[in-house]
Design a binder for this molecule. Structure first.
Ligand SMILES: Cc1cc2nc3c(=O)[nH]c(=O)nc-3n(C[C@H](O)[C@H](O)[C@H](O)COP(=O)(O)OP(=O)(O)OC[C@H]3O[C@@H](n4cnc5c(N)ncnc54)[C@H](O)[C@@H]3O)c2cc1C
Length: 409
C-alpha cells in the first residue's frame, strides 16, 4: 500500500486531538492535518455522557466537538474507526489498522484513557456498565428507562454524577457503594465530601461508605445483587461502575517513548515527548508543570482542551510552556454544581456558607493555596488561580473572611 504524507498527524479522536486540530488551523498552519481515531464517532465531549446526554436533555449533536461539516471546511482529514498500531519515531511513520502507512512531519499523541474494570465473581453478568463512550451512556440510559434500581460502584465523579442523573431524570432508585467513608473524600477531603454526600442523600440516593465489593450475583444472565465484603447485600436491576481510568499508553510505550511515574507519556513543559517533534496532550500527558514545579498528569476536560491548544502552537514551532492552572467542573443533576482548580490537598479553609450552598474551599499546604473548590462562588476561583500560580503564603483568616476582598489578600 502506498505511503501517504501529512504535515501534522493527530492520534486519538478525543478532545485533546480535536482541539489541537482546531488550533493548528486557527494558529495559521496551512499544511495537511490528519486525525486518526478508533471510535466510530467524530470527536465529542465526554462530560455530557454522565450528565445532560444521560438525562436525555442533550442530543448527540450537542455533545459533538464540532458539527460534521466543520472538519471538511477546515480541511482536516478525519479517519474514524481506525487505530494507529505502530509508531516508528526514527522514520516518522505511523502504521494504521488499515495497513496504510503515514509519514508525518509532527505528531500529537492523545490516546486518552481506558476505564478500570472490576475483577470479582459475577463481573461478566449482563447489566454491569462502565462509562466512557456514547455507546456506554446509551446502554445505561436504556436500562434506566426500563428498570428501577441501580447500584453505583465508586463514590467519585462518575458514581455521583450518574446517581444524580439516574435519580433526577429517570426516577431510578440509586445506591452508591464505595471504599471511601464519604463521597469525593480523596479529592476534596471529609468536610466538602460530606457536603456533596448530603446533597445526594437529600434527593434519595443511599450512600454506603467504607464498603469493598465482594461479588455480583445474578439470575444466570443478568446482575441482580451486589454483595460487599462486610456482608451488605443490595438487590438491583443494573450496575454502573466508576472506579477510575488508566492512561492508554500502549502505542507510546511500544514506540519507545519515555513513560513517567504517574503512568503517562513523559513530556517537557512544552508538552514535547522524549522524541523531538512528537507531542502528547490530555489524559496521557505527564508534563513538567511550571505551575506545580513537578510532573503532573491530570484527567480533566479542561486540561485536555488547553493542552491540545498548547501542543498545536508548539507543533508550529512556538515553544510555549503549558502554564495553565488545571480546572475541573462537575454537576450533580441540577441539584448542585462545582468547579475546582488545583489539584492539591491540605488544610481546608471555607469562605462563605456551606448551608446556603455558596462557598469556596481553599486547600492550603504549608500556608500556600494548592487548590480550591467553588460552589456558587466562581469569581473567587480567579483569585485562587493567582494564589496557586504565585505560590505565596496566604493568611487563612483573610481567606475565610467575607469582609476581606480576595483581590487584597
Ligand atoms: C462520562 C465522563 C464524564 C466526564 N466528566 C467530566 C467533567 O465533568 N469535567 C471534567 O473536567 N472532565 C470530565 N471527564 C474527563 C474528560 O472527558 C477527559 O479528561 C477527556 O475526555 C480526555 O480527553 P483526551 O482527548 O485526552 O482522551 P479521550 O477523550 O479518552 O480520547 C482519546 C481517544 O483516542 C482513541 N485512541 C486510543 N488509542 C488509539 C490509537 N492507537 N489509535 C487511534 N485512536 C486511539 C480512543 O479510542 C479515544 O477515542 C469525563 C469523562 C467521562 C468518561
Amino acid at each position: 500500500m502506498a505511503r501517504r504524507q501529512v504535515d501534522h498527524l493527530l492520534i486519538g479522536g478525543g478532545l485533546a486531538a480535536a482541539n489541537c486540530a482546531r488550533w493548528l488551523r486557527e494558529g495559521g498552519a496551512d499544511g495537511s492535518i490528519l486525525l486518526v481515531g478508533r471510535e466510530p464517532d467524530p470527536p465529542y465531549n465526554r462530560p455530557p455522557l454522565s450528565k445532560g446526554y444521560l438525562q436525555g436533555k442533550d442530543t448527540r449533536e450537542d455533545a459533538l466537538f464540532r458539527p460534521d461539516e466543520w472538519w471538511e471546511e477546515q480541511r482536516i482529514d478525519l479517519l474514524l474507526r481506525t487505530s494507529v498500531m505502530k509508531l516508528d519515531t526514527d522514520e516518522r511513520v505511523a502504521t494504521l489498522s488499515t495497513k496504510e502507512e503515514i509519514e508525518f512531519g509532527s505528531a500529537l499523541l492523545a490516546t486518552g484513557s481506558n476505564v478500570k474494570r472490576l475483577r470479582v465473581d459475577g463481573c461478566d453478568l449482563d447489566g454491569i456498565h462502565y462509562l466512557r463512550a456514547f455507546g456506554n451512556s446509551d446502554a445505561i440510559k436504556a436500562d434506566a428507562q426500563e428498570r428501577t434500581r441501580a447500584v453505583l460502584i465508586g463514590g467519585s465523579y462518575i458514581g455521583c454524577e450518574v446517581a444524580a442523573s439516574l435519580t433526577a431524570a429517570h426516577g431510578v432508585e440509586c445506591e452508591i457503594v464505595m471504599l471511601e467513608d464519604v463521597t469525593f473524600e480523596p479529592f476534596f477531603g471529609e468536610q466538602v465530601g460530606r457536603f456533596f454526600q448530603d446533597v445526594l442523600e437529600e434527593h434519595g440516593v443511599k450512600v454506603h461508605g467504607g464498603e469493598e465489593l465482594e461479588r455480583f450475583e445474578g439470575d444466570g444472565e443478568r446482575v441482580t445483587r451486589v454483595v460487599t465484603k462486610s456482608g451488605l447485600e443490595i438487590d438491583c436491576d443494573f450496575v454502573v461502575a466508576g472506579i477510575g481510568v488508566n492512561p492508554d499508553v500502549t502505542l507510546a510505550r511500544s514506540a519507545g517513548l519515555e513513560i513517567g511515574e504517574q503512568g503517562g507519556v513523559l513530556c517537557s513543559s512544552e508538552l514535547q515527548t522524549s522524541v523531538s517533534g512528537i507531542y502528547a496532550a490530555g489524559d496521557i500527558c505527564e508534563y513538567d508543570s511550571p505551575v506545580h514545579g513537578k510532573p503532573m498528569r491530570i484527567e480533566h476536560w479542561d486540561v485536555a482542551f488547553n493542552q491540545g491548544k498548547t501542543a498545536a502552537f508548539n507543533m508550529m514551532g512556538r515553544e510555549l510552556d503549558h502554564d495553565v492552572v488545571p480546572y475541573f467542573f462537575s454537576d450533580l443533576a441540577d441539584w448542585v454544581s462545582m468547579e475546582y482548580v488545583g489539584p492539591g490537598s491540605g488544610d481546608t479553609v471555607i469562605r462563605g456558607s456551606m448551608e446556603e450552598r455558596e462557598f469556596v474551599a481553599f486547600y492550603l499546604d504549608d500556608g500556600k493555596v494548592k487548590a480550591a473548590l467553588s460552589v456558587g462562588r466562581s469569581d473567587d476561583l480567579d483569585h485562587a488561580r493567582r494564589f496557586i500560580s504565585e505560590g505565596t503564603t496566604t493568611d487563612p483568616e483573610a481567606l475565610a473572611s467575607l469582609d476581606r476582598d480576595l483581590a487584597d489578600v
